[in-house]
Design a protein around this ligand. Structure first.
Ligand SMILES: *[C@@H]1O[C@H](CO)[C@@H](O)[C@H](O)[C@H]1NC(C)=O
Length: 110
């Protein structure tokens, strides 16, 4: 019980401290882990065309709508140097691909 509380604080702290008003990656498994681990084989293919040039990912985010640079230290699914858009309602981010500023300094603009 106590240990669990401490552990969750340790996991939450970096995200909470980073910048509460800005979108960013969230550690996997905190709140938005899905019940079904298997992605549907056909549905996901169709979604790619619905969502502009933004590719669905397993990168979970802090439910603040907007773009952010991935950070594998926080979540291995949010790749460094890639820019993501956090979806406020799903808590998942889609991938816009590599951005130079993310690669250079880990931010949307350096
Ligand atoms: C968030 O995801 C939902 C479900 O996929 C989608 O309908 C909605 O348009 C998305 N919102 C944004 C801002 O991308």
């Amino acid at each position: 019980m106590k240990l669990t509380a401490i552990l969750s604080l340790l996991v939450l702290a970096p995200v909470a401290l980073a910048n509460p008003l800005e979108p960013g990656p969230a550690a996997e498994g905190l709140e938005v882990r899905e019940a079904a681990p298997e992605p549907e084989p056909f549905g996901s293919l169709e979604n790619i065309f619905e969502k502009r040039s933004c590719k669905a990912t397993k990168c979970v985010c802090n439910k603040v709508q907007g773009q952010f640079c991935g950070n594998t230290k926080i979540n291995a699914a949010c790749l460094n140097s890639h820019v993501y858009e956090c979806n406020r309602s799903t808590g998942k981010a889609c991938d816009y691909g590599v951005r130079n500023s993310c690669k250079k300094c880990g931010k949307l603009s350096c």
